[in-house]
Design a protein around this ligand. Structure first.
Ligand code: ADP
Length: 600
């Protein structure tokens, strides 16, 4: 797919952008790469547009002939002119069909390509940007905004462009028929144009506000749906309803303002048109009286004048659509300005077979300057070792995982896998060698096999083996459809323990040398817990494992326990050693694991 060039002066996303800041021409330029592949159709469509437009002056001239002929009761001349007009109409309507059908396709593609391209971008966004942008807002941009841009492009191609050309052709005809009268007519045009522009700007601001409101509504809705159980648990429905009602109300008000402006716009522009036509008729009568224009000439002139009304009306409404579409486009292109993940360095090294030796040398990292999250971290993990990371919440355990997966890069120090600096490796290779089992896996609707494969190729035997290691084979094979059993949205037809075991199966499928495990904190019932535990143990065998431990059983079984506090390693050793030394770990154990094991 062709890519969009770097976009222009759009402020970063996050609610503060001014979508109307780029010019229409700049927006069109940005979209050209997406339209380019369709240029043949576009050209053919534009050819049809020209035919449609060229028919208008012809029809104006024929009208000029027809009206006096009818007035004079000359049936023969009337019939001849009517037949000619019929022919012109036929050609015009055929060309219009060509125009509409040829131009629809590129516009449709454009909306979809834009959406696809931005989704690809979304997948590569840096985690900082993803954290900042709300899911509801992004969803709105990639659905509603992308649709609107497609629609506006279609409208521009099959309606605005012909209208502009029709306006030019008809004006040209009027100048040719009687230029002083045409110039007088043209004096009225700027008045209309000024009013249209003034209204356009207001409608644009109102439309922007209303779009932002929808975005906010979508954000709140996404939050509300995710947080519904919590809201119920706190009996906070009335509070949430009030917040929602307030958002809905604000949106209604913003929308009402747009509609009010639109309602006012049509009558005002319509009245000006009527005033213009009546003035021209008066001037025409004077031109005939002074012998400078024939009756036939005035008939053609008035016919041409009437042909101006349609394109002007189209242009006024389309102008608003265009502005709204531009706001949508700016909101979409703002995603293009969000920083993406750092790409692999030139000459990034491929990763050969991995033994799984990990080394951290003086690693320092912070999300925001002057707020260190990891400090002077040194750590050595031998292949096949299981290291439990413990420490209070906020100590930096998950951050360490994010550095290992290269979601973030350390500001100082190095992380090495089998002696190779992670920064020098290809990110894809690195991530294939490491498997992450998060506390709660994201669930995509699909089949069980798809959930385990997660986009990778795997034969049925390796799929079964991964499920067996994760202790998930039993329940999968008990499903009526086995590995083809469907997982519904958010995995609601599976238990928490089953989903965790599927996540473990997904992790071991690629036979990773390194396993990063973030133990679930939410308690499962004893039976499910045991099943997950067995899966984990089988999955861990023969791999280097870093586990953020929340269970006593896990730390007791680890080869080494590393205690992190405020981004520093404060203690390490085995469970028994650390308990005996009576330091931070012992405190932590008492506080953190005591509920899980009353014998401590
Ligand atoms: P743990 O996993 O030990 O609970 P984290 O690694 O999640 O700790 O967090 C360590 C510190 O980094 C915390 O102070 C947290 O607020 C901060 N932090 C975590 N993620 C981000 C982020 N994406 N942006 C900014 N600060 C973050």
């Amino acid at each position: 797919m062709p890519s969009l060039p770097a976009s222009g002066p759009v402020a970063a996303a996050g609610g503060s952008e001014h979508p109307g800041s780029g010019s229409l021409a700049a927006s069109a330029l940005r979209l050209w790469p997406l339209l380019r592949p369709h240029r043949r159709r576009l050209l053919a469509g534009c050819g049809c547009v020209l035919v449609v437009v060229a028919c208008w002056p012809l029809l104006a001239l024929l009208a000029g002939r027809l009206i006096p002929a009818i007035g004079a009761g000359d049936l023969k001349a009337s019939l001849r002119t009517i037949l000619l007009a019929l022919l012109v109409f036929l050609v015009q309507k055929a060309a219009q069909f060509g125009q509409d059908s040829l131009l629809a396709d590129p516009a449709l593609h454009l909306g979809q390509d834009l959406r696809r391209q931005l989704f690809a971008r979304l997948q590569r966004l840096a985690f900082g940007s993803l954290d900042r942008l709300s899911a509801g807002d992004l969803t709105y941009r990639l659905t509603e905004d992308a649709d609107r841009v497609g629609e506006v492009i279609y409208k521009t191609l099959h309606d605005t462009l012909p209208s502009v050309l029709q306006l030019l052709a008809v004006l040209g005809t009027m100048l040719w028929l009687d230029w002083p009268l045409a110039l007088a007519t043209l004096l009225l045009a700027p008045l209309v144009a000024l009013l249209v522009a003034a209204f356009g700007a207001r409608v644009m601001t109102a439309a922007e506000r209303s779009q932002r409101q929808v975005s906010e509504l979508a954000g709140l809705l996404a939050e509300a749906i995710a947080g519904l159980p919590l809201v119920r648990a706190y009996a906070a429905e009335a509070w949430l309803q009030r917040r929602f009602d307030r958002e809905v109300d604000q949106h209604r008000r913003a929308r009402a303002r747009t509609l009010r402006l639109l309602a006012l716009q049509h009558p005002v522009v319509g009245f000006l048109e009527a005033l213009g036509i009546l003035t021209v008729l008066l001037l025409g009568a004077w031109r005939i009286q002074s012998g400078q224009l024939s009756g036939q000439g005035l008939s053609s002139f008035v016919a041409a004048l009437l042909m101006l009304i349609d394109p002007i009306a189209h242009l006024t409404t389309n102008f608003n659509d265009l502005q709204q579409g531009q706001a949508s486009l700016e909101r979409l292109l703002a995603i293009e300005l969000e920083p993406t993940e750092r790409p692999d360095a030139a000459g990034a090294l491929p990763l050969g077979p991995v033994r799984g030796a990990l080394q951290l040398e003086g690693v320092e990292f912070s999300y925001t300057p002057d707020q260190p999250v990891l400090q002077a971290l040194d750590l050595q993990v031998e292949p096949g070792q299981v290291v439990a990371l413990v420490g209070p919440s906020g100590a930096g355990k998950s951050t360490l995982f994010s550095l290992l997966l290269r979601f973030n890069s350390p500001q100082r120090g190095r992380l090495l896998l089998d002696g190779q600096d992670l920064a020098e490796l290809r990110a894809g290779d690195l991530r294939r060698a490491i498997a992450l089992v998060p506390q709660q896996s994201a669930v995509f609707a699909g089949t069980v096999a798809e959930a385990i494969r997660f986009g990778r190729a795997a034969d049925p035997a390796s799929l079964r083996e991964a499920a067996r290691l994760a202790n998930a084979d039993g329940f999968i094979e008990a499903l009526p459809a086995g590995y083809d059993g469907r997982i519904e949205e958010r995995g609601r037809n599976f238990s928490g323990g089953q989903l965790q075991r599927l996540a473990i199966a997904r992790a071991v499928l690629g036979n990773p040398a390194l396993l990063l495990l973030d133990e679930a904190t939410s308690a499962l019932d004893a039976e499910a817990e045991e099943a997950v535990q067995r899966g984990l143990e089988q999955a861990m065998a023969g791999r280097t494992v870093l586990v953020i431990a929340h269970r006593l059983a896990t730390v007791q079984r680890a080869d080494r326990i590393v205690v992190l506090e405020r981004g520093r390693i404060v203690e390490q050793g085995s469970h028994n050693q650390l308990m005996a030394s009576g330091g931070r770990y012992r405190d932590l154990c008492r506080r953190q694991f005591i509920d899980l094991n009353p014998t401590l």
